[in-house]
Ligand binder design. Structure first.
Ligand code: B12
Length: 259
């Protein structure tokens, strides 16, 4: 019943992805202090929503166009997860939303590049996707071009199954495209993304007003959003052999609105 109401609410608000994880699924996955029922004792279920990043905006990155889309999606995630939590509170189920990021500026991340709760892990445990080499959760609809937000609730809601397939094909596009070589070709847990290098690059873009980078999610071939936009061929992003009209459009956008 509760699940259906939530699904309906998401559909009515153009939220294409929603999944639910039982709070016990974190056991044995991540250190205990990062578990939802450690962060919010009494938590029984975690509701995760996903909003897509529109590919043509991301393609111009680093750019003001993508930086603004990033801010818009972040703001929507915080508003929607707040509203879902409030709705559950009003129905008598104490709930709380978690901020979509959870850090007070890029300098804080360079000091400690870890947040108190992992939305990507929550998305994985709520059955929305699987981890890719780029350290992101890939989804069938948008590959890694989706941002997540979570609500911790005391309500017991029917959980979704964890995906058992592997969406990442290890094509290495993200590994070779990363401008600071932060993505490891090994995969988790052997090869870890170099968070410091990634965060430092993001800080340099932030000083120009065009953070974040997003190249590792742009080049990922997974996701049916590529079909919608006619972007099945990721070769369009290579300097040589790319589509000249698209290259011109991206260069045009990059020449504006940034330091
Ligand atoms: C810190 C941070 C950054 C930093 C540090 C870089 C980094 N690599 O993490 C910076 C600012 C540089 C950054 C960059 C990016 N980020 Co960021 N970032 C975060 C943030 C705020 C915290 C991550 C964190 O510390 N979590 C806590 C720790 C404990 O968990 P974790 O890092 O997620 O890792 C755990 C699990 O993922 C798990 N794990 C990892 N791999 C695997 C594989 C398997 C099989 C399993 C079982 C588990 C597992 O193990 C880890 C330990 O528990 C999250 C938001 C959030 N609060 O979740 C967004 C977040 C991870 N970022 C996101 C995105 C999209 C990006 C960028 C693409 C930039 C952009 N916004 O366009 C890049 C990509 C960088 C990259 N390839 O990793 C999204 C990911 C969405 C997705 N589809 O997965 C998130 C979830 C934001 C959101 N609300 O949607 N990010």
């Amino acid at each position: 019943m509760m699940k259906k109401i939530l699904q309906r609410w998401c559909t009515d608000h153009e939220i294409p992805l929603m999944g639910v994880a039982d709070a016990t699924r974190w056991r044995g996955e991540v250190p205990e202090e990062y578990h939802p029922d450690s962060i919010y004792p009494g938590c029984r279920s975690v509701i995760v929503i996903g909003l897509p990043i529109h590919l043509p905006s991301l393609e111009s990155s680093p750019s003001i166009q993508y930086a603004e889309m990033y801010r818009t999606v972040n703001s929507l995630l915080d508003q929607y997860t707040y509203r879902i939590a409030e709705r559950l509170n009003q129905a008598g189920f104490p709930s709380v939303s978690i901020p979509r990021d959870g850090y007070g500026g890029i300098e804080a991340l360079i000091k400690n590049p870890v947040a108190f709760f992992s939305h990507r892990h929550a998305a994985y445990l709520a059955g929305l996707g699987t981890f890719g080499l780029n350290n992101m959760v890939l989804t069938p609809a948008y590959g890694p071009r989706v941002r997540f937000g979570s609500v911790l609730t005391t309500a017991v809601i029917e959980p979704d199954p964890i995906r058992e397939d592997e969406l990442c094909t290890r094509c290495m596009e993200c590994v070779t495209a990363c401008p600071v070589r932060a993505v490891s070709s090994e995969g988790y847990p052997e090869g870890k993304t170099n968070k410091q290098a990634c965060a430092k690059y993001s800080a340099s873009l932030s000083r120009k007003g065009i953070s974040p980078c997003g190249i590792c999610i742009k080049v990922c071939p997974i996701g049916s959003d590529r079909i919608l936009y006619g972007r099945e061929d990721t070769g369009i992003y290579r300097k040589e052999g790319g589509d000249p009209a698209l290259q011109r459009a991206w260069e045009h956008i990059r020449r504006h609105g940034a330091l």
